[in-house]
Design a protein around this ligand. Sequence first.
Ligand code: PLP
Length: 387
Amino acid sequence: MPNQQTQAIRIQTDRTNEMEHSTPMFLTSSFCFDTAEEMRSAFADESDDNIYSRFINPGVKEFTDKMVALEGAEAGYSTASGMSAVSGSFMALLKQGDHLLACNSIFGSTHTLISKYLPKFGIEYSYVSANATAAEWQAAVRPNTKMIYIETPTNPGLEILDLSMIGKIAKENKLIYNVDNCFATPVNQKPIDFGADLVVHSATKWLDGQGRVLGGVVVGKKELIKEIYLFCRTTGPALSPFNAWVLSKSLETLDVRMERHASNALYIAQQLENHPAIKTLRYPFLPSHPHYNIAIQQMQNGGGIVCFELAGGIEAGRKFLDALKMLSLTANLGDTRSIASHPASTTHAKLTEAERIAVNIVPGLIRISVGLEHKDDILKDILQALA
Ligand SMILES: *Cc1c(COP(=O)(O)O)cnc(C)c1O
């Protein structure tokens, strides 16, 4: 088996008679059969023939196969967005009366899905702190707990959860261990190596890496993915073949891009760490990070996000954003272009102050998604805005 980096480049849909080098886009909603018998057997799941692009499309399969290889998974299914990957993994595998145990520091829409919509279907949930010990995780497991769901590093607080410690709790209690690996990407962190049964992604972020398309993917154990596939092909959050083509091409450069994002981010973090306008700064690969020891055990690098707290609180945060000249103010992250955001006044403005503090979103928190511009240009813009 070739190295995963090679597989991300070389896994490819079979060449057509045109002998193209780059995979063409298969912009077709359905696929033809030569005979009634072939069509019957495809519908009866006796063959892998393409039927309809809500089920599968060659370009979507190519992207999925690459992600399966990168994460070291058995199988996968790609979806229209990260949220449809997350919701598909919940709705296909949880039923009325089940309990979902999640980390409290999770993506905003995932929190809404868990706390507002799962209860409508009779699915219970509870949260554990990102800093919980093994004993606290174990104490939170209930007789009806079915799944553990976490993110690491968390957004935007950059908490690092111990993948292996939580994996052991999941295994001992026979729970499905579901990890959102969006922030790290598989070139930086492989949750399956630490016991994850499922890994979900927003492909919209680093996997695309250029802020162009929405997408999602869930990979993991074959029998679990089968259920998610059957749920999604029925409910319809299929990944568009166009987006799949863009995303599959993006994976060819994921490894080199993430290396540069991370080295730029480490540089920015080191340069800013002792700046007088910054109260605290977080980057997983700085020894000052409270979970540095866990980060270096489970991650290849510190990733592309740097967070810091401005001494002046919420007003200083808004002023800082207004003073930036190059960095973009936008809701996305994981782009070639560096992005700054102020969670307390934007993505997490709907939470109460107490709720924000509970997940480490202090008023002056700034999140930088470090891009691929020259590191000194990124630093220069941040420094002049701090000044
Ligand atoms: C963006 C994001 C999602 C949701 O992905 P979409 O593609 O926007 O639906 C889920 N988890 C994390 C950690 C994210 O950053």
